[in-house]
Ligand binder design. Structure first.
Ligand SMILES: Nc1ncnc2c1ncn2[C@@H]1O[C@H](COP(=O)(O)OP(=O)(O)OP(=O)(O)O)[C@@H](O)[C@H]1O
Length: 625
């Protein structure tokens, strides 16, 4: 298992965050509350008001109970007005008692109602908030660079942020619940302080150890979960390839099921062992600390009982004080644990908000120049060099070539020669590490990426097979024109997708892919025709096809390219293909080797040169003879 990607050697982190880190993390709570407020001001206000009502309820109920007990004691001491309850009632002796009972009943009923409405408001608010976070997450992800998605570290961060988007709902109730408990503590403590001030001193004894323990275990659990993000992603990945429609064919035929399960089990077991260790430690220490808390409570209880026996307190006082103390003890613990839990949760919030802090680096300059449409002179690569972020290898270096306006350029080269990378640079998905790329003398870096993307139609070899309708699969090529049927028809005709769609039972309305019911899967070549139609949806000045025809049959490919050539007339185009029947149609061919240009020229020139191109062409041609 040492070959697994993203494996990190120490299973449990040595260092846990300092108090300062935890306090810094608490700052995220402000952002969270602002986010909740943004989600719904009305519901947030309702939740706060309801909790204020609930906060004063416990002291009121305890006080009503004290009044009842004292009234019972008083009534047992008076001369009975008669043998039946009616005699008592008619004499008015029960008036006080009935009032107190009615008060307590009203308080309890009101409390139940408030608790239910609060639960309702919180659950609605939570769901809205969770949706809001997901939307903000998707919006932010859409702003990020391709490099962020191609880097393992960012994927980890994205994964952690995504988990937070769905998993922090309880935090909302917890924060508001915390505020409610604090108010309750103040009301209860005021009563307790009135009778026996020094009892309050006993309380810290019960909660300090627990707080310390909780803080420590929260940090440990968080560090563990953070540390294990790559493994969790791997588990997710294994689960996905082990049980998904796309992979089922290969997994079955290669008999990979057992292997995947074993690999999953082994990894899941390691994580399970670590989590169990932390959970066991937490449970053992927790048991000890709550025993200390109970001791403190019974010490106070004993004192109050003694004072009642000696007549200093009434029986009602005893009920009130012991009830208050019990609740206070519980509340103190809950609040302090709540704080550490919230602090613990806010560490996870850091994952969410730090994802929002990642800023795109491929930016539009302040005074962006417009994309030159139409392109008049051409595209120039001027001594371009590029390394992927966090790597030290030059994928392309000293690359200089010209793509004159209106011409078709083919890129040829072995796997890994850098062809797709050149397309990524040309579309400003990445900026070159050195040198520059210009279109009609305007540096790509001086244009806004969105403007570039609007004028370029590109289909990559790993294009997406959207589980959308056939219409939307083409429409996404120009999302604002997805209802424009004429445009979609034309694009489909140009890419030969029209034939594919004509065969579908529901035509353009046919759901494609296997993900949803009534979805219809297409063959590899059919998907490609649909994908190529997307490139034709754009008003592109530059069309790039990065090996999208690999799955087309020879006849279809020849036809696609014949149309491509006529369409690309007057437009600039780049094609990447391993098929020389396609490549030879280009006006100019660049043969790449290790990110550098080995040969350049027309098909005829390159064949005459008798170099690498001629050799590869011969090799492929021989295969057909
Ligand atoms: N996101 C990335 N991060 C780091 N290295 C990368 C990344 N993408 C590609 N590379 C590396 O850059 C080199 C060039 O890759 P590129 O995809 O441009 O090759 P290609 O010529 O298009 O290959 P193919 O014909 O197989 O599609 C490869 O060695 C590859 O490993």
């Amino acid at each position: 298992m040492s070959d697994l990607p993203g494996r990190r050697p120490p299973p449990i982190p040595e260092t846990t965050p300092t108090l300062r880190d935890q306090l810094d993390n608490l700052a995220h709570l402000g952002r969270l509350i602002a986010q909740i407020w943004r989600t719904s001001k009305g519901l947030t206000t309702a939740s706060i008001v309801l909790r204020l009502l609930a906060a004063v309820q416990p002291v009121a109920v305890l006080y009503a109970a004290k009044l009842i007990v004292d009234e019972v004691v008083r009534l047992t001491a008076i001369t009975p007005p008669g043998p039946t309850i009616l005699d008592w009632f008619n004499a008015g002796a029960l008036n006080g008692m009935i009032g107190f009972l009615a008060l307590e009943l009203a308080l309890v009923l009101a409390n139940d109602l408030v608790a239910r409405v609060t639960g309702l408001v919180d659950s609605v608010l939570s769901e809205l908030h969770s949706n809001q976070v997901s939307v903000e997450l998707m919006e932010h992800a859409a702003r990020l660079d391709l490099q962020h998605f191609e880097s393992a570290e960012y994927q980890d961060r994205l994964e952690r942020a995504r988990r937070q988007a769905a998993g922090r709902n309880a935090l909302l109730s917890q924060i508001f619940g915390q505020a409610q408990d604090i108010i309750t503590v103040f009301t209860l403590a005021a009563g307790l302080f009135f009778y026996a001030p020094w009892l309050i001193l006993l309380l810290p004894l019960s909660f300090i150890p627990s707080v310390w323990g909780e803080a420590r275990f929260n940090s440990l659990a968080y560090m563990l979960s953070r540390w294990r993000t790559p493994e969790r992603r791997e588990l997710e990945y294994l689960r996905h390839i082990g049980a998904s429609a796309e992979t089922a064919k290969e997994v079955k035929l290669f008999g990979l099921g057992g292997y995947l399960v074993t690999r999953f089990k082994k990894l899941a077991h390691q994580i399970f062992i670590e989590n169990r260790r932390v959970a066991t430690l937490r449970a053992s220490w927790g048991a000890l600390f709550s025993a200390i808390a109970s001791l403190a409570y019974y010490a106070a209880y004993g004192y109050i009982v003694w004072r009642t026996i000696t007549g200093a307190f009434t029986l009602g006082d005893l009920a009130f004080l012991s009830g208050s103390f019990l609740r206070l003890n519980g509340l103190f613990q809950r609040i302090l644990l709540g704080f550490t839990q919230i602090a613990g949760q806010s560490m996870y919030l850091d994952d969410l908000f730090s994802f929002f802090q990642i800023e795109p680096t491929v930016l539009a300059p302040a005074d962006a120049k417009p994309f030159p449409a139409p392109i008049r002179s051409g595209i120039v690569f001027d001594n371009v060099g590029f390394k992927y972020p966090e790597t030290n290898t030059w994928v392309v270096r000293n690359l200089s070539f010209v793509l004159p306006a209106g011409e078709t350029l083919a890129l040829v080269g072995e796997n890994g020669a850098g062809k797709t990378t050149i397309v990524k640079l040309l579309t400003r998905l990445y900026d070159p590490s050195e040198g520059r790329i210009t279109i009609d003398e305007v540096d790509l870096k001086d244009m806004a990426p969105v403007d570039i993307h609007t004028h370029v139609g590109v289909i990559f070899q790993d294009f997406i097979r959207y589980s959308f309708s056939a219409r939307d699969n083409i429409g996404v090529g120009r999302i604002e024109a997805r209802e424009d049927q004429t445009r979609i028809d034309t694009a489909a005709e140009q890419s030969l997708a029209d034939g594919v769609i004509a065969k579908l039972p529901k035509g353009y309305d046919q759901q494609l892919g296997r993900l949803f019911r009534q979805g219809r899967d297409l063959s590899g070549g059919e998907w490609q025709k649909v994908a190529i139609a997307r490139a034709y949806m754009r008003d592109a000045e530059l069309i790039i096809l990065d090996e999208p025809t690999a799955a087309l049959d020879a006849k279809a490919e020849a036809e696609v390219f014949a149309r491509f050539k006529s369409l690309a007339a007057g437009k600039s185009a780049v094609i990447i293909s391993h098929r020389f029947s396609t490549v030879r149609m280009a006006d100019r061919i660049l043969v790449l080797d290790n990110g550098a240009i080995l040969e350049a020229g027309t098909h005829e020139q390159l064949v005459a040169l008798k170099g690498r191109y001629a050799e590869l062409f011969e090799l492929q041609a021989a295969g057909y003879r």
